[in-house]
Design a binder for this molecule. Sequence first.
Ligand SMILES: Cc1cc2nc3c(=O)[nH]c(=O)nc-3n(C[C@H](O)[C@H](O)[C@H](O)COP(=O)(O)O)c2cc1C
Length: 315
Amino acid sequence: MSKLDLSVNIAGIQWKNPITTAAGTFSARASGEFYGISKLGAVTTKAVTLNPWLGNQTPRIAETYGGMLNSVGLHNFGVDHYIDFELPYLEQFDIPIIANIAGHNPEEYREIVERLNSTSVAMYEINISCPNIAENGMNYGAFPEQAALITSVVKKAAKKPIIIKLSPNVTDIASIAKAVEDAGADGISMINTLLGMRIDVRSRKATLANKMGGLSGPAIKPVALRMVYQVRKVVNIPIIGMGGITTGEDAAEFIMAGADALAIGTAALVMPTAPMDILGELRAVMQREGFNTLYELRQAFKEQDERLTTGRKQW
Ligand SMILES: Cc1cc2nc3c(=O)[nH]c(=O)nc-3n(C[C@H](O)[C@H](O)[C@H](O)COP(=O)(O)O)c2cc1C
């Protein structure tokens, strides 16, 4: 009999396996047509804001090689609608609910968290990284001091663990990760989308009405993996890794790089069963490689990596 144990504990919350959904790419009502939602480790919902946000103008989706661009702009119906209509539906599943939260300023983040404190939400994922909400695509997640400020404001207000979602659109992601850990984050999720662009040569116009958008999907996987690897070296809190995960082999790479859990986004827009397929493939990879736990998988890489770093010759 297999001794495989894929359960994880993320900031005190027990998940039956490491797979969650990436914010903004999942609807329980739609995915529930394809698989049992309770089989996931956790569900992460789309960004919720204090008041309804209309999002950006259309077109706001464009395909790219190995991925897609989106400039949806956090279109949602606000926190009251989330509490009245989204949460009651999700509560039927035996699974931790992670609420992805976005705001224009620290006060908005604080107010949303205060509203959600008395609900069934198990954890908060604080989106400081969406490139669509601020001028020029810049955001709080781009500066260690700003990222730390939002973290400490939310931490004071939150009665549940807070996961800070980092932006990859920075020069030194490790310094931002360290700043949010020092400011009280209970975990980190990474990465959000990479700022990108397409131009329609025939019409002489940017393909997206917003001109720029967030790149996601397999094209960003090597960047995401590299960032998880760098951040794991400087923080001790759990990391939820994401960015182009499409196969069980991808999932194993993220665990080896230092992730404790994984979120599946664009892959599930292409194939709704992707989170379940990837979970099954991860199990198969672990059995093939002779690992019973995610810890063993992570350690196997870490030991080799440290040995290779120590023994490396300068050419
Ligand atoms: C259509 C779309 C909507 C998204 N909406 C959100 C969102 O509401 N909040 C958030 O933090 N990230 C959002 N993201 C980013 C994803 O959660 C994820 O970080 C990113 O897409 C990388 O993972 P992937 O390559 O597996 O999609 C969105 C991504 C896409 C493609």
